[in-house]
Ligand binder design. Structure first.
Ligand SMILES: C[S@@+](CC[C@H](N)C(=O)[O-])C[C@H]1O[C@@H](n2cnc3c(N)ncnc32)[C@H](O)[C@@H]1O
Length: 240
């Protein structure tokens, strides 16, 4: 399937974009039993390019935008499966087209609300890393409920992440340019980290290998905001 988007250029998100065959409609039973809608995400990477990739680690990027981080990092880590989730249709198509043109076999992309997707579709202990970079700040108080970071999100992220002992990771990786969103993150860190019985451990952010000189991740928004001279904040919440 091709789309005439982005200044008349023909974009083709297939076969990167997740289809209805990969993700059938949520069954009615899921309302009473959330596990009924959960899918085996490793199946989305079966026989990509002729190899069985089901046993490989899975990273999810929430709000993958135009796919810059995915394209850069997936090329360096072919032994990791990456799922990019983006709810803006034009960005999704643009990013998936880039991934296809880059010839990457380890990336799929899905258009949906990532927080709902985690809750209804992702099975317990199946994700190695969740990347959340330059998430929308929703500055007005009445819009704070739209922020990805919520106690309910941390609950679901904790459920879907693999235990650190099993995978060596089990991390939520966070970067933002937005001071007030960072203060919001810090209030969540206070509730979710720092005590013996906390569900997460707070760790310093480690730059992914694809980040360029002087960059934290090298995503599209990081490069844009860097030109404006904005300072960035970053941290890792590791599942305990
Ligand atoms: C400011 S952009 C950052 C994009 C990219 N991470 C970067 O650093 O260049 C935030 C992106 O997250 C997407 N987004 C926000 N909330 C989302 C959600 N709940 N599920 C999926 N995508 C979301 C937006 O559509 C937007 O493309």
């Amino acid at each position: 399937m091709s789309f005439g988007l982005a200044r008349g250029k023909e974009l083709d998100p297939s076969p990167i974009s997740v289809t209805e065959t990969d993700l059938p409609p949520l069954p009615d039973e899921a309302i009473g039993n959330p596990t009924a809608g959960r899918v085996d995400l490793s199946q989305w990477f079966v026989n990509v390019g002729g190899e069985d990739r089901r046993a490989l680690p899975l990273h999810i990027e929430i709000g993958s935008g135009k796919g810059t981080f995915l394209v850069q990092q997936a090329a360096i880590e072919p032994e990791v499966n990456f799922l990019g989730i983006e709810w803006a249709g034009e960005f999704l198509v643009y990013g998936a087209d880039r991934v296809r043109r880059a010839g990457l076999r380890n990336v799929r992309m899905l258009r949906t609300d990532a927080t709902e997707f985690l809750r209804w579709r992702v099975a317990d202990g199946t994700v190695d890393v969740i990347h959340l970079y330059f998430s929308d700040p929703w500055p007005k108080t009445r819009h704070h409920k739209n922020r990805v970071m919520q106690d309910s999100f941390l609950e679901e992220a904790h459920r879907v992440l693999k235990p650190a002992a099993a995978s060596g990771v089990g991390e939520l990786r966070l970067v933002t340019d937005h001071d007030e969103l960072w203060a919001w993150y810090q209030r969540h860190f206070e509730r979710w980290t720092g005590k013996p019985d906390s569900r997460y451990e707070l760790l310093p952010f480690e730059r992914p290998t694809s980040a360029g000189e002087g960059e934290l991740v090298g995503s599209n928004f990081e490069r844009k905001y860097k030109q404006e001279g904005r300072p960035f904040h970053a941290a890792v919440m590791k599942k305990k």
